[in-house]
Design a protein. Structure first.
Length: 470
C-alpha cells in the first residue's frame, strides 16, 4: 500500500480530523520535548473511539505497517518516537479523552487513554476524591502513557505506582481485536492478571484505550517541609524516623543534591533558596491526612527535633501557606527543566534498595569524578522508593559533542554499581529506545527470554512499537 492509499484508507476510518500529514503539524509528534529523539512517520493518525483504534490497527496489521502509540509525548526514553524509516504510523490517543464513568460507591473512575493526568485529578477532586498519581509532566502526560510506562512520581510512597492504581483495562490487540478487561474488581483470581502485562509494556503488546482506576479519599490536611541534611545517609535515617511517627501519612520524601538545587536557582524564574547557607543535601517532605486540621505540623516537628538531636538534620523550614508549598514543590519539579539549560543531561533513572542509596551515591560519585573530572552530578529523586535520578551534566566550558561521546562509558559506571547493589537500570521511566541495549546487557537472560516469548505471542508480526524495550 503506497502512502497515498494508506492515507485514504485511514481517513475512511477516522475522518479528516483524525489525520495529520503535513510536515509542519507532524513535527511535534516526531520528536520529544527535549529534542533528544527524532524520527519520521508515514503519517499521524488520531482515532476518537476504541472502534476506530481497532479498525486502524487491523488495517496496519493486514498491511504489515508498524504502529507507534503516543500519548502526551512526555516520556523520557524515546518510546513514543518512530524510527527514521518514514514507514511507521504514529497512533496518537489524544482525541480519546473522555471520562466514561465515576462510580463513587466502588471508588473507581473509568477514563479513556488520552485523558491528561491533570484532568483526571480534577475530575476526581470534583467528587471529593483523590486520584493520587502526581508527576512534573501531569499537565501534558496522558493516562495511556502513564499506564504504558507504569509511571511513578512523588506520591508512590503512600499510594503506589500506576500498577497499584489500576483495576481494569481495555486494550486493542496487535491484530485489531478488542480485549474488554474494564472490570472494577478489587478481587479477581481467575488466572493470570493480564492487565499487568500491558502496564509497563510501553506500547509493545497492544494499545491501551481505557482503564478503570482507583479513587481515594480527598486530602484535607497537608504539611510540607524543606530540610537540609549533611549526607544521603542522613536522609535514609530521617525517613525511618518520620515513617515511624506518621505511618502512611508520609506521602512524599524527595531527595535533592546541592547541585540539583543550584541549577534550579540559576534557571527557574521565581525560585529562591529557603536557607541563607548552602547545604550538601535537601529533602522535601510531605505529610497528608484525610482529616481536616490534623496535627501534622506537630508530628513532623517531633521527628525533625529528634533528627536534629542526632545530627541528621542541619536546618528545616515548614511551609506556612499554600504559596510556600507551591514554591517548595516548584524547586523540586524544576530540576529536570533546569538541567536542560546546562547542556545535554545524561539521565539514569535507577533504583536500589533504600538502604543502599548512600553506598550507591558514594561509589558512583567517586568513580565518575575520578574517570571524568569536572562532570556535574545532578542526583535527586524519590528516595523513599529507592529511586534516584542520577543525571550527569558536562564539565563547565566543555563541548556537548565531547561530553556525549562519553555517554556510554559514564552509563557503564553507573549501571555497574546499580547491578552490584541488586538494583534496576529503570525505576520509573521505562526502557523505550534509550535503554534497550542496556537492558540486553544488564537484565537476566532468562527474564529477557520470557519477555521475548510474550512479545511473540501477543505480536507475532512485530508491528507494535518495534525497536522499543526488546
Ligand atoms: P508518551 O511519552 O506519549 O509515551 C510513553 C510510552 O508509552 C511510549 O512507549 C508510548 O508508545 C507508550 N504509550 C503511550 N500511550 C499509550 C497507549 N495508550 N497504549 C499503549 N502504549 C502507549 N515519569 C515518572 O514515572 N515519574 C515522574 O516523576 C516523572 N516526571 C516527569 C517530569 C517531567 C518534567 C517530564 C517531562 C517527564 C516525567 N516523567 C515521569 C516521564 C513521563 O511523563 C511519564 O513516563 C508519562 O507517564 C508518559 O506519559 P505520556 O502520555 O506523555 O506518554
Ligand atoms: C522527576 O522525578 C522525573 O522529576 C524526571 O522523573 C527525572 O528528568 C529526569 O531525569
Ligand atoms: Zn521521577
Amino acid at each position: 500500500m503506497n502512502a497515498h492509499t494508506l492515507r485514504h484508507a485511514l481517513e475512511a476510518i477516522v475522518g479528516p480530523a483524525g489525520i495529520v500529514c503535513d510536515p509542519e503539524r507532524m513535527a511535534s509528534y516526531l520528536s520529544d520535548w527535549r529534542n533528544a529523539y527524532r524520527g519520521k512517520a508515514a503519517l499521524v493518525v488520531r482515532p476518537a473511539t476504541t472502534g476506530e483504534v481497532a479498525a486502524v490497527v487491523r488495517l496496519c496489521h493486514e498491511q504489515r505497517i508498524a504502529v507507534v502509540p503516543q500519548g502526551g509525548n512526555t516520556g523520557l526514553c524515546g518510546g513514543s518516537i518512530p524510527d527514521d524509516s518514514g514507514t511507521q504510523v504514529v497512533l496518537s490517543l489524544t482525541r480519546m479523552n473522555r471520562i466514561r464513568e465515576i462510580d463513587t460507591a466502588n471508588e473507581t473512575i473509568t477514563v479513556e487513554a488520552g485523558v491528561v493526568l491533570q484532568a483526571l485529578q480534577k475530575a476526581a477532586a470534583g467528587t471529593g476524591r483523590l486520584f493520587p498519581l502526581s508527576l512534573g509532566a501531569e499537565g501534558s502526560c496522558t493516562v495511556g502513557g502513564n499506564l504504558a510506562t507504569n509511571a511513578g512520581g512523588t506520591a508512590v510512597l503512600r499510594y503506589g505506582n500506576m500498577r497499584d492504581l489500576t483495576l481494569g483495562l481495555e486494550v486493542v490487540l496487535p491484530d485489531g481485536r478488542i480485549w474488554n478487561g474494564l472490570r472494577g474488581l478489587r478481587k479477581d483470581n481467575t488466572g493470570y492478571d493480564l492487565k499487568q502485562l500491558f502496564i509497563g509494556s510501553e506500547g509493545t503488546l497492544g494499545i491501551i484505550t481505557a482503564a478503570v482506576l482507583k479513587l481515594y479519599p480527598a486530602v484535607r490536611s497537608t504539611t510540607t517541609a524543606w530540610v537540609a541534611l549533611p549526607s544521603a545517609q542522613a536522609a535514609v535515617e530521617l525517613i525511618g524516623i518520620i515513617r515511624g511517627l506518621c505511618g502512611d501519612r508520609l506521602t512524599g520524601f524527595e531527595l535533592m543534591s546541592r547541585q540539583s538545587v543550584e541549577f534550579v536557582l540559576s534557571h527557574v524564574a521565581g525560585c529562591s533558596d529557603p536557607f541563607a547557607e548552602p547545604h550538601p543535601w535537601y529533602v522535601l517532605i510531605e505529610l497528608n491526612d484525610t482529616q481536616p486540621d490534623a496535627p501534622l505540623n506537630q508530628v513532623l516537628e517531633v521527628g525533625i527535633a529528634e533528627a536534629l538531636e542526632r545530627e541528621l538534620v542541619i536546618d528545616a523550614v515548614l511551609a506556612q501557606s499554600e504559596a510556600q508549598v507551591s514554591a517548595l514543590w516548584a524547586m523540586r519539579e524544576g530540576i529536570s527543566e533546569a538541567q536542560n539549560h546546562e547542556g545535554p543531561s545524561l539521565k539514569h533513572d535507577i533504583s536500589v534498595p533504600v538502604s543502599s542509596i548512600p553506598a550507591f551515591i558514594e561509589a558512583v560519585n567517586q568513580r565518575l569524578l575520578e574517570q571524568f573530572p569536572g562532570v556535574r552530578i545532578v542526583a535527586y529523586g524519590h528516595v523513599g522508593d529507592g529511586n534516584l535520578h542520577y543525571n550527569v551534566s558536562k564539565p563547565i566550558g566543555s563541548e556537548d559533542a565531547a561530553f556525549k561521546a562519553r555517554q556510554e562509558a559514564i552509563m557503564r559506571v553507573i549501571y555497574d554499581v546499580t547491578m552490584d547493589l541488586h538494583g534496576s537500570i529503570s525505576a520509573e521511566h521505562g526502557l523505550g529506545q534509550a535503554k534497550r541495549a542496556a537492558a540486553k546487557h544488564y537484565k537476566d537472560p532468562l527474564e529477557l527470554e520470557l519477555m521475548r516469548v510474550l512479545k511473540e505471542t501477543f505480536d507475532p508480526k512485530g508491528l507494535m512499537n518495534p525497536g522499543k524495550v526488546l
